[in-house]
Design a protein around this ligand. Structure first.
Ligand SMILES: [Zn+2]
Ligand SMILES: [Zn+2]
Ligand SMILES: [Zn+2]
Length: 122
């Protein structure tokens, strides 16, 4: 049995057998961090920290500072300039303001060529 990865809090958590099985099932094949967004900012939170402690949204900014959680990548819409940190939007390069996949090279240009009420400076 492998030991769980070190937690940012500095402890090696002795997870109960059931928790560890759940953790390993959930994390199999997935990145070791989860993107969690709060108030338009997002962080990559280690899964081991989530499994051991859980995270409340209103505590996340302070925890991120204390433990140095990495900021999640953001996506800036080339049309309207809106920055999003919503994980699904980033994955899909989708802008919630334009309602279009403005960051997708296959889908963005048609939208950018079209008039858009959200476009900055239009
Ligand atoms: Zn911990
Ligand atoms: Zn946009
Ligand atoms: Zn647009």
């Amino acid at each position: 049995m492998t030991s769980p990865p070190a937690c940012p809090c500095g402890d090696i958590h002795e997870l109960s057998a059931a928790t560890r099985v759940a953790y390993e099932n959930i994390t199999a094949g997935l990145p070791e961090t989860v993107t969690i967004a709060v108030d338009g900012r997002a962080w990559l939170v280690p899964r081991i920290y989530l499994a051991a402690h859980g995270v409340k949204a209103d505590e996340l900014p302070a925890l991120a500072e204390r433990y140095g959680f990495a900021p999640a990548p953001t996506f800036t819409c080339p049309c309207c300039g809106k920055e999003t940190s919503h994980p699904t939007d980033i994955d899909q390069r989708y802008c919630g303001l334009c309602h279009w996949w403005t960051g997708d090279p296959d889908l963005g240009p048609p939208h950018l060529a079209a008039p858009c009420p959200e476009r900055r400076g239009a």
